[in-house]
Design a protein around this ligand. Structure first.
Ligand code: NAP
Length: 244
């Protein structure tokens, strides 16, 4: 299925590394104008070299005021991918206020702010659009040391559904993807230990972790007109992990 995003302008958060970077590159290759937002300037510089023509925005999404300022002149955006996220793993009894606040600020609060800014201009322009939030299988299943991360992704799933409910009449579709472990920097940091990974892998009927492209393809499908009747969905990209 060939997808074309010619004539569309897309904003991808967390586009410096991992899934977000690959989504940005794939959208550009499919003809979209792409704004890549991330935190580390060196990642955005290397993305610009890899993918000429991509616009870049460097901001820490955990900072509400800085994010508002960075996005105030963003212009027309038709497609938004809220991908930036942090996974700060701690046993429940050791959860710190700092990790809790940082996780919710980046994984949930920033999604509200960025989506408000983008959705308001979609509504003003009367064009509609599509938003994809990158959630996780951890939104729906308890994982050791993931109390805060699971809670942020559970919140993101419900945020997605309410956004779909309220923005649907404005022709804005909102969905999320819920990947299993993906071997990005985040995935490697948390799942490289073979002993830790084995029980998780054993619960995945397809017997492997996700590749970045598995997630990218699902995100692009949900952004595209091929999913024109899909909104409010949480699409597992988990090799079947959530069926057990
Ligand atoms: P990653 O490799 O760690 O990349 C995350 C990207 O987001 C980085 O470019 C990072 O920039 C950026 N970012 C993080 N915090 C930010 C902030 N406050 N402001 C701006 N940019 C920020 O992560 P990933 O594995 O690609 O994960 C992407 C999304 O997928 C996340 O929402 C994650 O929860 C979700 N997910 C991942 C997995 C997995 O196993 N990898 C599984 C399920 C869901 P810096 O590096 O400069 O901070």
């Amino acid at each position: 299925m060939e997808l074309s995003f010619a004539g569309r302008r897309a904003l991808v958060t967390g586009a410096g590394k991992g899934i977000g970077r690959s989504v940005a590159v794939a959208l550009r290759a499919a003809g979209a104008q792409v704004i890549a937002l991330s935190r580390s300037p060196e990642d955005l510089e290397s993305l610009s070299r890899e993918c000429p023509g991509v616009e870049t925005l460097c901001v820490d999404l955990g900072d509400w005021s800085a994010t508002e300022a960075a996005l105030c002149n963003i212009g027309a955006v038709d497609l938004l991918v809220n991908n930036a996220g942090v996974a700060l793993l701690q046993p429940f009894l050791d959860v710190t206020r700092e990790a809790f606040d940082r996780s919710f600020d980046v994984n949930v609060r920033a999604v509200v702010l960025v989506s408000q800014i983008v959705a308001r201009q979609m509504i003003e322009r009367g064009v509609g659009g599509a938003i994809v939030n990158v959630s996780s299988q951890a939104s729906q299943v308890a994982l050791q040391e993931h109390a805060v991360y699971c809670a942020t992704k559970g919140a993101l799933d419900m945020m997605t559904k309410v956004m779909a409910l309220e923005l649907g009449p404005k022709k804005i579709r909102v969905n999320c993807v819920n990947p299993t472990v993906v071997m990005t920097d985040m995935g490697r940091a948390n799942w490289s230990d073979a002993q830790k990974a084995a029980p998780m892998l054993n619960r995945i009927p397809l017997g492997r972790f996700a590749e970045v492209d598995d997630v990218v393809h699902s995100v692009l499908f949900l952004l595209s007109d091929k999913s024109a009747m899909i909104t409010g969905a949480c699409l597992p990209v988990d090799g079947g992990f959530l069926v057990t």
